[in-house]
Design a protein around this ligand. Sequence first.
Ligand code: SF4
Ligand code: SF4
Length: 63
Amino acid sequence: MTVEISNEKCGHIANCPVDGLCIQICEQKALVEKDNDVEIVNENCNDCGLCISNCPNQAITQV
Ligand code: SF4
Ligand code: SF4
């Protein structure tokens, strides 16, 4: 399992109200910065749900 990030709701890290917090709180390094955007490393995600509950834009969902 992994997560999905809505382009509509997230935008780019530069527009993130919490400066890309999802990347910092993901202990599995499943969210990484790439070209001012959030890239998901599917195989690293352990479905902890931390990023989902901490994104102020509700941009992240489990898939
Ligand atoms: S915390 Fe939410 S809005 Fe901010 S970069 Fe992550 S997914 Fe995008
Ligand atoms: S659910 Fe947990 S492991 Fe997966 S991307 Fe979010 S914070 Fe990282």
